[in-house]
Ligand binder design. Sequence first.
Ligand SMILES: Nc1ncnc2c1ncn2[C@@H]1O[C@H](COP(=O)(O)OP(=O)(O)OP(=O)(O)O)[C@@H](O)[C@H]1O
Ligand SMILES: [Mg+2]
Length: 820
Amino acid sequence: MSDTTTPRLQPVVVDPSSSSSTGEDDELLAGLNPEQREAVVYRGQALLIVAGAGSGKTRVLTHRIAGLIKSAEAWPSQILAITFTNKAAAEMRERVGHLLGQVAEGMWISTFHSACVRILRREAENFGFTKSFTIYDSADSRALVKRIIKDLQADTFGFTVSQVTAKISKLKNELADADSYARQANFNDPQEAMFVECFRAYSRALREANAFDFDDLISQTVFLFRAFPQVAEKYQRRFRHILVDEYQDTNHAQYSLIRELTKAPESNELSGLASFGGGGASLTVVGDSDQSIYAFRGADIRNIVEFERDFPGARVVLLEQNYRSTQNILSAANAVISNNFDRKDKKLWTAVGDGEKIVGFTGYSGHDEAQFVADEIAKLHEGGMAYNQIAVFYRTNSQTRALEEIFIRSALPYRVLGGTKFYERAEIKDAMAYLSAVANPFDGLALRRILNTPKRGIGPATETALAAFAERNEISYREAMRRAKELSLGPKVTGAILQLAGLLDDASELVDPARVGGEAPVSEVLQLLMEKSAYVATLRASRDPQDEARAENVEELLAVTKEFNRNNPDGTLLDFLTEVSLVAAVDDLDDSSGTVSLMTLHTAKGLEYDAVFLTGVEEDLLPHRMSAGEPGGPAEERRLFYVGITRARKRLFISLAMTRAQFGETAVAMPSRYLQEIPAELVEWIQSPGMASRGGSDSRALGGGRGGGYGSRFGAGSGSGSASVSSGGSGSPRFGAAGGYGLPPGPPRPKTEWANRVTGQVRDNGDLTLVPGDRIKHADFGEGRVNQVTGEGAKRVAHVNFEAVGAKKLLIKIAPIEKL
Ligand SMILES: Nc1ncnc2c1ncn2[C@@H]1O[C@H](COP(=O)(O)OP(=O)(O)OP(=O)(O)O)[C@@H](O)[C@H]1O
Ligand SMILES: [Mg+2]
């Protein structure tokens, strides 16, 4: 087909009558530009919308869904829309409802994970799980891996929990299971052999516990479809229209799931469904390869790049108008992302106008930076901006501490999204483990967690004895508890175990579907468990003031269950457990709450705010230190920066600090290399207090009042900022570029020089000799071979053929290269 190779725009269908078969009406198309309309009305097997941030991709998906339903081309139940977070799903559902003027029941708008849980709850019995399976979150997975490492003494091989969990996760995202991995593993390598052991033990333990981990949810659904074609067919028939947002961040398992779902049902002819052109569901994906930020989790940018090959005949629509941001913000974003090499250049434009300049700020410390953020937020708020239209982004969760301290002191209402979340607190995990143990008697991890919580005098030896007994007799852990008498453990311990088992049985009766009057509400179950186990009472009786807070958190969970019951009158315990285990970080977000939102850059994807603060724009944070060694790492970090910038509608603030406290130490920080990629004229730098006056706005010299605290803390002295960190760039040579920190450094410097300065290590390869045939490694481009060297002295240029990106010319003296 002619339109499969290069993206190009087809003639735009504006007149609804020309696409009468689709029955789109004006209302749905009004407020869309011609390209967006084309994407909404296109009817074909496969549609790819590639476009930069804020160009209306998500909006197009929403209108497309509404259009399909409104024109009666599809039942709501025939639609499967995949979003990146549950919050995005809720928003989309609401907007579709709004466009239709009614709630469309039966539509699946959800994340990959939620959709797969729904499928697995229905189908898991096909392959040996029960539908009450438990979902292990990452903390559960880690706990399990930790135990396995201990049991197998894998730590003697240098294995850590993080390494093993990360590797297992990666393999699962590539659809490898323990057996398939073992088939190609090199068992002569003791490390690899041990890893296979660990992977096997982990998979076995999950199966025995009737549990799936997060990665399993997707990969096991794919396995299920492949192993049971009749099951796959059910869903292939059901979903006639599949739409995926943020397609650039799908990994291989997710991609495979889409492939399975869009296949034509096998027994098409028999059922007369062949009339559905080709029989497979129509697929619409939208994405932006510049916003791919999950490669570390196996996301594969190739999924978007190769879409046209995978889905022949696909139509490609490009959107170029940005409706979100001002021109200044957009120009900054465009300039930054253009530094990534292997991308198709796309230029976003906006009709909104230049807007205000981006504001840049350099603080002495993280606290100083936080104070700046708080001050500016206060000003924005005074100027009439609602708090919930303001967001503060950072690269790592550890950066929140300083921000929170200052926000609390400044009495700014805020919420942290992600981080140590409510559901990650120990006491909440305990309470949830009680519920899981009731729902899934095989969930050994949950049972072991609550066995001696609160303390009942059941020690680790008993815990292990029960596990061994269960294994020997091939019974569940819970059944083993019921038969505790057979273990001759002593009357007290036996009594304690039986009591707990009895309590769990009582609770199970409450949620037995056959119970007269139906399943009891979750709140009732939790209440029973917490009361009879004396969990809350024990916390309340403790002298530790923290335990009081913990008790309150459990009360809070009770309130959550009550709310759940109100919102879902028919909601079962399983529904509740499912919902909780799928709450993504961003889902705590409550827009009506009137608070400033704090979140990581990863969490910020897809969202938009009137004002955005990008904090900690420093080397080692952004790009993150960990990315340095990864191929493509710095480029991915740049995309993350791009994502951050493009969340802003009207105001963008970029800040950094000269010293940063991390892991209990205060280290000198250097400006991020990405800062100098923003054209200087777009940014108005406000200098740090002490370096220069911040004009009228600066009533808080570092030396005075609260400021003194931050200053002295990092030895920056009072007010003058004179101590360990040089104030004007004259002191420490590392801060030689300090002028460039704050104020634009006079006449623009050649980019490379600036780049050298900001990375802190003045890059000078000196007399590095390169001759044709040499192999080199470049920080961004990876490995390549030198073809030719031209020029002389400092102007010598290497012509290099890179494996990943092809031919490039590099100035040898300063290029970030090393000879291999
Ligand atoms: N044709 C339009 N007219 C007016 N506003 C629009 C139009 N298209 C999109 N918008 C608005 O622009 C903003 C960005 O749209 P949307 O979130 O759909 O973009 P996106 O491409 O999905 O962005 P991202 O890449 O960040 O996910 C939203 O507020 C949306 O309502
Ligand atoms: Mg979007």
